[in-house]
Every structure is written in structure tokens, then in C-alpha cells.
Write a protein that binds this ligand. Structure first.
Ligand SMILES: [Cu+2]
Length: 171
């Protein structure tokens, strides 16, 4: 999906959701998920930290919640406007912060997983030029078994939701 068609789709979704999605209520889980999303899975607070240097990857943060009675496992991520994306985890190794690719991210029943600076995140590579601060793009989580959930990520200026990506260069 292009950014333009996504923006149109997002506008339609926003209209359909109305005030329910804006109330901040923890109970309005179903309204935030796409039709093919696994039951009980919702994603909030999606944002992409744009790179300070053109050509570097962006980091994406969000919170995913599982109110179903089954574990779900994220196995891949697709980011509109990026050639590829990977799940990463930041950890300390030999006293130095480093990132590894995370091939699966399980979310237990009743659990909430927060992807944030310095922890788990999605890295998006080879960004389109039209991803600029103030805009929005679509992120899709792909689960083991084929279910998907899409959510909007706000495009944030470098440094406003960011981490140091210098360690990622050359990957
Ligand atoms: Cu990373």
C-alpha cells in the first residue's frame, strides 16, 4: 500500500472509530484492530523515529497487548515506505549496548509488550523519501499462523523518540 492510499484508508478508519478510539479507554481493544487481526490483539502508541542521516534505518516503537487466552507470536514486520524491517532487541554485551535481530516475539495471554528506546524495537531500512516528520505510515505485524495486525506509526523527527543507531551501520 502506498502512503497516499494508506492515508485515505487511515482517514476512513479514523472516521469509523469515532470517539471510542480517542477516549483512551483500556477496554476498547476490538476497535483498534483490523478485520484479520487475531482476536484480542491491539497495538497502541505507534511511532517511527526518523534517522538523522539519510539512508540510515529508522526505529519503530509501539505497545502490543494480548487480551486473548492464547499466546501469539510476532514473526515478521512490514513497514509501508521501507524496503525491509526487522524486530530487534537492544542488550548489553561486554559492557556495550548492542542490537540483535529477534526472530520471534511471543506475547503471552494477558501480557503487554512495550517496544521502546533501549529495548525491543523494529528497525526499518531503505526508507522512501516521502516519510517525513509529522506524517504517518502503516506498520503490519505478521504472526505465526499468518494473522496480521496493522497500525499507524507517527513519523517523528530525529532525536524525538530516538536511540543511537550508529551501531547498526553496515548491517
Ligand atoms: Cu535495531
Amino acid at each position: 500500500m502506498t502512503i497516499k492510499t494508506f492515508a485515505a484508508a487511515l482517514a476512513a478508519i479514523t472516521l469509523a472509530l469515532g470517539t471510542a478510539a480517542c477516549s483512551g479507554s483500556e477496554d476498547n481493544v476490538a476497535e483498534t484492530t483490523a478485520p484479520d487481526a487475531p482476536a484480542g490483539i491491539s497495538v497502541t502508541d505507534g511511532r517511527m523515529s526518523l534517522p538523522a542521516v539519510k539512508g540510515n534505518p529508522a526505529a519503530i516503537y509501539f505497545t502490543v497487548r494480548n487480551v486473548s487466552d492464547k499466546q501469539v507470536t510476532i514473526r515478521a514486520v512490514d513497514v509501508a515506505g521501507a524496503a525491509s524491517a526487522q524486530l530487534h532487541e537492544t542488550s548489553e554485551w561486554n559492557g556495550k549496548m548492542d542490537m540483535q535481530e529477534l526472530f520471534q516475539l511471543p506475547i503471552k495471554p494477558g501480557a503487554e509488550v512495550v517496544l521502546e528506546q533501549g529495548g525491543k524495537h523494529v528497525m526499518a531500512y531503505d526508507l522512501d523519501d516521502d516519510l517525513v516528520a509529522g506524517g504517518e505510515t502503516e506498520v503490519t505485524l505478521i504472526f505465526v499462523g499468518g494473522d496480521k495486525v496493522s497500525f499507524p506509526a507517527k513519523l517523528m523527527a530525529p532525536g524525538t523518540a530516538d536511540m543511537d543507531h550508529s551501531a547498526m551501520e553496515g548491517m
